[in-house]
Ligand binder design. Structure first.
Ligand code: BGC
Length: 766
């Protein structure tokens, strides 16, 4: 593309200290930052991301993906790549994307996007990785590492809790501190740890009432202070509501660019924006310019990138169901009916700011049928449904059913349309579009009437989950391809024909019904507030805790072969070791074909003093095994990944204790388990007058002291003594604050003596 130079906005002329630097806190135009040639600071170019490059003509920019951009490789979006659970693969896609960025003069790719999938309704779920923070953080971290390996900056977005599109600029994600720390910030923290990303984008929304782009606690205290982030904090496009407040809270670069404006100028004049802060912004921009200085990044190879898309999409395919029909083995004379408009009009990506102008697109129709015919089979095609919303067309249905009735195998391509999922709006249900459900119903009717005898293989193409609960019994196989990127025809053919084994596993639960999902009652809030009342119970954490039957569970995905899990051994590490435990086992490919397996490690830690979900993902390993091959798998669990956020102590703590380690092929297909006791930090009990009597009695130092003191004074007397001698009564005394008990007769201790004990305890606790 030709890079046109837009006129730079004039620097403010006030002559105030720092006035000449104000402009650096805002972009120069839609996609670039200001330069300072005198000091060698160059302008930086930013571009979407994250699954391909969207470099726009500077004359017609937009952040909603409406204007066309220069052709680029359309890689599989995050939902798809995530299903590979393969950090190396995701890293290589990131590196390929960055090579295209470098060749287009782009310094920062605006991605990966890693918001947690709180609800299956979020319109941007196709751009996000998972419902689990560890998985989301590690996979997004891999993408950022890959991008930065080529000297291009990654930008983790949207920090944080941007879990819905409805009212996204005003909505407040209201949640308790533990939920924020363990779920909605945790994936960003892990992605940063594993990638050292050079920039981060604030989200549009508010958290607990404050816009993230002006939240000093989130940006300055947590992100920079606690996590040590030293990169550039960029606003989402138009996501700055009070520019001086945002700047002083830690947000460096307000996008898109434009004039500085009188509000910032006045704030500088009044001292609400300080010259020091502007110096910091310039220094951070300079550092990013140095980090992304053009080097000798290899030129992109479009054909190699197309091949990578093809491999990555197949590796990310989730085989949901297979009664043995897959992989297809086309025979001469066998008749295949290919049904579905999406086979002819491919949907390879989601709609919105991530929309890539793909270099080339291969549809299923023309690719799969050609390969079946090459094997001697015959094929026919019928669209069966349209892509525009609205009721089914009886003529399209009849044509499709007739074709299916004359076939030996029906290959049906279904999925979502741009109207059904896109940036800027949320979905209202998790079903396939009406016309596609009508086609499924028509096929079902033909089967019941005995006119359709062929097995039906359903290939799904969608970014947000769709439930299969009402129609899955009628399908011989269901394959979730997600949004494949530009090599759709090839990757779908590769998997259906068995040239590539489906290597994907679900990174989010597919619920049977929307009303079963964790955020059902609150999504998407009202009156500019979304209460996150499910707390930490997001995704499988919720379905498991409530024991809710699901369509397909987190971690699920079949293979064309089978695996045996054998000989689990746990090694508990020393308390000083950053690894808390290592699980070792043998994985054996017991089938006839090569395949990959994702060995998942879940930890169940009941009774550790926290309210915890029944199990949480704490690690995994992806392996490719040939038939008959066995390999040792080791999954190490870092101590920090076992920690919980203690809201009262305001820090992470791993209390240790007995853990059950579960090794599974999915969250609901646990193959091996073992228990161990892992050393941790005892939950500190800080005793005060209003601590419960039980806490005092159970305290290792104070408990014996009180018992001895009471004994020396003849014990507890009267009604309190009677209660203590009765199991139910004892509970009520133990759950009463000590200070309150001293008011009652029979307790041989005064309030003043208790105060003295508290003071001693303070000394004891340092
Ligand atoms: C989106 C971002 C995107 C930006 C620039 C915003 O609307 O939320 O994800 O990077 O536009 O296009």
């Amino acid at each position: 593309m030709t890079s046109k130079t837009a006129p730079a906005h004039p620097a403010p002329s006030s002559g105030l200290p720092g006035a000449d630097r104000l402009k650096f806190s805002r972009g120069r135009d839609y996609w670039t930052t200001h330069a300072e040639p005198e000091t060698g600071l160059r302008a930086l170019r930013l571009a979407d991301g994250p699954h391909g490059l969207r470099v726009q003509d500077d004359e017609n920019p937009d952040h909603l993906g409406l204007e066309r951009s220069a052709p680029a490789t359309c890689f599989p979006p995050a939902v798809t790549l995530a299903s590979s659970w393969d950090e190396a693969l995701i890293e290589s896609v990131g590196a390929a994307l960055a090579r295209e960025a470098r060749a287009s003069g782009v310094d920062v790719v605006l991605g990966p996007g890693l918001n947690l999938k709180r609800s299956p309704l979020c319109g941007r779920n196709f751009e996000y990785y998972a419902e689990d923070p560890l998985l989301s953080g590690r996979l997004a971290g891999a993408s950022a590492r890959g991008i930065q390996s080529q000297g291009v900056g990654a930008c983790l977005k949207h920090f944080a809790a941007n879990n819905q599109e409805t009212d996204r600029n005003r909505i407040s994600a209201d949640m308790d501190e533990r939920t924020l720390r363990e779920i909605y910030l945790r994936n960003f923290q892990i992605a940063l740890e594993s990638s050292g990303a050079w920039s981060i984008m604030t989200s549009y929304n508010r958290i607990n009432g404050t816009h993230v782009s002006q939240d000093a606690r989130l940006m300055s205290d947590i992100l920079r202070g606690e996590w040590g982030f030293d990169g550039l904090i960029i606003s989402d496009w138009g996501g700055v509501y009070d520019p001086p407040a945002a700047l002083m809270a830690g947000m460096d670069l307000r996008m898109p660019g434009g004039p500085v404006g009188p509000v910032l100028e006045a704030a500088l004049a009044e001292g609400r924006v300080t010259p020091d802060r502007l110096d910091e912004v310039v220094a951070t921009l300079r550092q990013l310019a140095e980090r992304t200085a053009p080097g000798d990044t290899p030129a992109p190879d479009p054909q190699a990138h197309h091949a990578l898309v093809r491999r990555a999409a197949a590796e990310s395919t989730v085989l949901l169901k297979n009664d043995g029909i897959l992989p297809l083995a086309p025979q001469p004379g066998q008749r295949f009916a290919l049904l579905g408009e999406l086979a002819r009009t491919p949907r390879i990506q989601g709609a919105g700011s991530s929309r890539v102008n793909a270099r080339q697109v291969s549809p299923v129709l023309g690719t799969l049928d050609a390969r079946l015919e090459a094997a001697g089979a015959s094929t026919g095609f019928a669209p069966g449904y349209g892509l525009e919303p609205g009721p089914a067309d009886p003529a399209l249905l009849a044509e499709a059913v007739q074709l299916a009735e004359g076939a030996d195998v029906v290959l049906l391509v279904l999925g979502l349309t741009d109207a059904a999922e896109a940036e800027g709006s949320d979905r209202s249900h998790i079903d396939l579009p009406e016309q596609q459900l009508a086609l499924l119903a028509a096929l079902d009717e033909a089967r019941r009437a005995g006119t359709l005898r062929a097995p039906v293989v359903v290939s799904l193409v969608n970014g947000a989950v769709v439930t299969t609960a009402q129609w899955r019994d009628g399908a011989a196989a269901i394959v979730e391809f997600w949004l494949t990127g530009q090599a759709q025809g090839e990757s779908i053919s590769d998997v259906l024909l068995g040239d590539t084994a489906p290597g994907g596993r679900l990174t989010e639960t597919i619920p049977r019904r929307l009303k079963d999902s964790p955020a059902y009652l609150d999504f998407a809030g009202a009156h500019q507030h979304a209460p996150y009342s499910e707390g930490i119970f997001v995704g499988y954490r919720y379905y498991d805790a409530r024991d809710i039957a699901v369509d397909y569970p987190f971690g699920h995905g079949l293979s064309y072969t089978s695996f045996a899990y054998e000989d689990l051994h746990l090694e508990v590490c020393d308390p000083q070791d950053e690894i808390a435990l290592r699980a070792r086992l043998t994985l054996r490919n017991t089938g006839e074909r090569a395949g990959s397996e994702v060995v998942q490690l879940y930890v169940s830690a009941p009774g550790n003093g926290f309210v915890t979900p029944p199990q949480e993902l704490r690690g995994w390993q992806k392996l490719h095994l040939s038939p008959g091959e066995a390999r040792t798998v080791e999954v190490a669990v870092p101590r920090r990944h076992l920690a919980h956020w203690h809201s009262e102590l305001a820090r992470w703590i791993f209390p240790g204790g007995a853990l059950e380690v579960r090794i599974g092929a999915s969250s609901r297909d646990i193959r091996l388990s073992a228990t161990c006791t892992v050393p941790g930090e005892a939950l500190p009990v800080v005793l005060g007058p209003w601590s419960l009597f039980g806490d005092w009695m159970e305290h290792p130092v104070m408990g014996p002291r009180i018992r001895a003191l009471f004994a020396a004074r003849g014990g507890v007397k009267g009604r309190a003594g009677d209660l203590l001698n009765d199991p139910a009564g004892r509970n009520s005394i133990y759950s009463t604050p000590f200070a309150m008990l001293t008011e009652f007769p029979g307790i041989p201790m005064t309030h003043e003596e208790l105060a003295a004990l508290v003071a001693e305890g303070d000394a004891l606790n340092g």
